[in-house]
Design a protein around this ligand. Structure first.
Ligand code: URA
Length: 436
């Protein structure tokens, strides 16, 4: 039995019982439990029970705000208010083929803002921004704070690994939630994301809350709740925050996988690229520039090469060669359309899992990823295809992975003679007010 020592201000079991029975946790209780968990005085099994009680009972706005503040206070807090440019950041809740950070950060920097992107590596079916950038020859994710600040002054955009000093309580709690079936608790997702973003010191924040099979939030109602909760947390912390709810029922763009997604991002920076990727990049850029108080047209910066110049400078500043050839996988396998008709559905989650099984993602955080692995899409929902036409090309260095990837794609798409697909805009809704 774990007994909280008498020197501690609260008893973990009392706090668990309070939430289990639907009560409200006080700010001192929350401050204590987060601090005590971070220093090991609250055991993993106690925090697991509390996380499950929060998942089932929920939390009020004051509790979530207090929880977020306590997680921020568990580590260092960065400050970019002395930079010569206003800072603004974007966070995506994660999706399949979501490479938007890559063109977006240099684009917004090219328009005059500072974009301090502290990113992570992928775990599970959604890819990580650092894994994608690490496929660029020479590029290094690790930077100290002084170098990060210098790149923000010189280039305006930096994408690097979040140091271990930022919200350490979240790192510990997130790993615990991952193995206790408590990742899905909206108060815990919102406070996890916002504690890191607020600790990072950004002046404004735009959230891309994904909705659909390839996203955490499968329904628009849950996505609205998460978005409204995070917008409220930003407001409570004095960080103006806006959220876009965006479609993740099918992969974003035409590529899924590390080097494949870098290639597509460079196409966007060169003024081309798939419509959904361009539209979402521009929609998020407009929101970020509005929060930064900058009156600029991001479409012009994409068209005239300024965003591409900022990308090259950003890559070079971290040791990368933006002109070097990107790695490609050794083996490929083509999946063809089974019949003539309209591709009415191509499921994001199935494609994400298939790409992960091909080697683009990792099962454990210490696993390596293959830079060239992933999937190219040759058609998107709504398009007419002919029997035998390539639908998807699977890439990997290890061909023994094809069978499991193909299993994931079974039943993942429909080709219907005379069928139709409701293909809407990628941006579904905008949320700029806290949840009531
Ligand atoms: N991303 C995070 O950083 N935290 C969560 O809880 C979920 C997604």
């Amino acid at each position: 039995m774990v007994i909280t020592p008498a020197t501690e201000a609260f008893d973990a079991v009392d706090i668990i019982r309070t939430k289990r029975d639907g009560g409200v946790l006080s700010t001192p209780q929350i401050d204590w439990v987060i601090d005590a968990y971070t220093r090991g005085a609250v055991a993993d099994e106690q925090m697991s029970a509390l996380a499950m009680a929060i998942l089932i009972r929920g939390m009020g706005r004051d509790e979530i705000s207090g929880w977020t503040r306590a997680m921020i206070a568990s580590g260092e807090r960065m400050d970019f208010t002395d930079l010569p440019r206003p800072s603004v950041d974007k966070h995506s809740t994660g999706g399949v083929g979501d490479k938007i950070t890559l063109p977006l950060a240099p684009l917004v920097a090219a328009c005059g803002a500072a974009v301090p992107q502290l990113s992570g590596r992928g775990l599970g079916h959604t890819g990580g921004t650092l894994d994608k950038l690490e496929s660029v020859p020479g590029w290094q994710a690790g930077l100290d704070n002084d170098r990060m600040r210098q790149i923000l002054v010189d280039v305006g955009a930096v994408i690097c690994a979040a140091g271990s000093g930022l919200a350490p309580a979240d790192r510990k709690l997130y790993a615990l939630r991952d193995v206790t079936g408590t990742v899905e608790a909206i108060p815990l997702i919102a406070s996890s994301i916002m504690s890191k973003k607020i600790a990072e010191g950004t002046g404004g924040l735009v959230l891309d809350v994904k909705v659909g099979s390839g996203a955490f939030m499968k329904s628009i109602e849950d996505a609205r709740t998460l978005a409204g909760t995070m917008v409220g947390l930003g407001a409570d912390a004095g960080v103006p925050t806006v959220a876009l709810l965006t479609d993740m029922s099918t992969p974003l763009g035409l590529t899924v996988g590390n080097a494949l997604e870098v290639r597509e991002s460079v196409e966007v920076l060169a003024g081309g690229g798939p419509t959904d990727v361009v539209d979402l990049t521009l929609a998020l850029a407009r929101e970020m520039l509005a929060l930064a108080g900058i009156d600029a047209d991001p479409a012009a910066a994409l068209a005239d090469g300024r965003a591409m110049d900022a990308w090259k400078a950003m890559i070079r500043a971290q040791g990368g060669d933006p002109d070097a050839a990107l790695p490609t996988a050794r083996e490929s396998h083509v999946v063809t359309a089974p019949a003539d008709g309209v591709l009415t559905r191509l499921d994001a989650l199935a494609v994400g899992v298939a790409s992960w099984r091909l080697g683009a993602g990792r099962a454990r955080k210490e696993d390596p990823v293959q830079a060239g692995a992933g999937i190219e899409l040759h058609a998107k929902p709504g398009q007419q295809v002919r029997a035998g036409q390539p639908l998807l090309t699977l890439h990997t260095d290890t061909p023994e992975r094809f069978a499991r990837a193909l299993e994931s794609l079974e039943g993942a798409y429909d080709v219907v003679d005379g069928g139709t697909a409701t293909v809407g805009e990628v941006v579904l809704e905008r949320v700029d007010t806290p949840l009531a």
